[in-house]
Write a protein that binds this ligand. Structure first.
Ligand code: 48H
Length: 263
């Protein structure tokens, strides 16, 4: 075989093997921001079959850019154990905070999640979910360029015991589920409450509290959690995002185990 054919055959065979192995997942994560990637890391580490889908070429969400493109982020003491777990380099700052280079942090999260066994599909947009027996049961995916070009091309489907909406401020997946199926959510109003303005400390605290199952099979993390349950934004402090990912992994892991037991 000529080298050109070896290269093409290797990539095609490997890619389709990877995609086929993800047709029935424990967890499908929508959105490769910090909360989604951390959730992917912990789930893969716990031995679950997990895939993360991000519409961008480079997953990482809002963490690459730090604040106003000053590429450092702040992480507070409560989330330091996650920095250590992921072997990140950081330096102490004031009032129990740490400074981390945002490019280093984002790259490290992606590295650790994939090394732990999570599969990441970039350039994939999740355009819908599978909705069966009043439960979210998978994701409906398409190429981002197909959607950008508004081409009429049908999607593919990957089934999952749990779906995580980690799409950030827009909470896109929850919005789609509510709009198309008229469901009632596990929130104060039963609907999407909506994100509030800036309060860094409260926003950080409530991001973790709001990380939960909002509808059977559908979980929220990160900014999507505060958007759905109605809490504050917090600016470029990222401990809440990391802790939210850790909590999302833990509650989805329990759900996957409970579903396996019930079968
Ligand atoms: C595939 C999608 C889809 C889709 C979106 O916003 P993110 O960084 O996510 P979080 O919530 O983990 O982190 C939030 C943080 O970055 C942030 O914005 C903060 C702390 N803001 C505070 C403030 O005050 O502003 O990433 C979401 C990811 C992105 O990479 C999108 O490309 C991706 O989700 N995404 N991927 N299908 N339908 N929708």
């Amino acid at each position: 075989m000529v080298m050109e054919t070896v290269i093409s055959r290797g990539i095609i065979e490997s890619y389709f093997e990877k995609l086929t192995s993800c047709l029935e997942l424990d967890v499908a994560i929508v959105g490769g921001g910090p909360s989604g990637i951390v959730a992917a890391y912990y789930l893969a580490k716990a031995g679950h079959k997990v895939a993360l889908f991000d519409r961008k070429l480079a997953p990482g969400g809002g963490m690459w850019g730090g604040a106003m493109m000053f590429n450092d982020i702040i992480v507070q003491e409560e989330a330091k154990h996650i920095l250590d777990e992921l072997e990140l380099t950081y330096r102490p700052y004031q009032q129990g905070t740490y400074i981390v280079d945002s490019v280093h942090a984002t790259a490290a999260l992606l590295y650790k999640a994939t090394q732990a066994g999570a599969k990441i599909f970039n350039c994939y947009s999740v355009e819908d979910v599978v909705y069966k027996n009043k439960r979210v049961a998978g994701v409906v995916v398409n190429w981002t360029p197909v959607l950008m070009q508004k081409m009429h091309v049908d999607p593919l489907t990957l089934m999952a015991k749990c779906v995580l909406d980690g799409t950030g401020h827009d909470c896109e997946i929850v919005k789609t589920v509510v709009r198309k199926n008229g469901v009632t959510l596990n929130t104060e109003t039963g609907g999407i409450v909506g994100e509030m303005s800036m309060d860094a400390a409260e926003g950080e605290r409530t991001t973790v509290i709001n990380t939960k199952e909002v509808y059977p099979g559908l979980f929220v993390s990160g900014m999507a959690a505060n958007g759905v349950s109605g809490s504050f934004r917090m600016g470029p402090i990222f401990g809440g995002m990391l802790l939210s990912g850790e909590k999302a992994a833990s509650i989805m892991s329990e759900s996957v185990k409970a579903q396996a037991k019930a079968q």
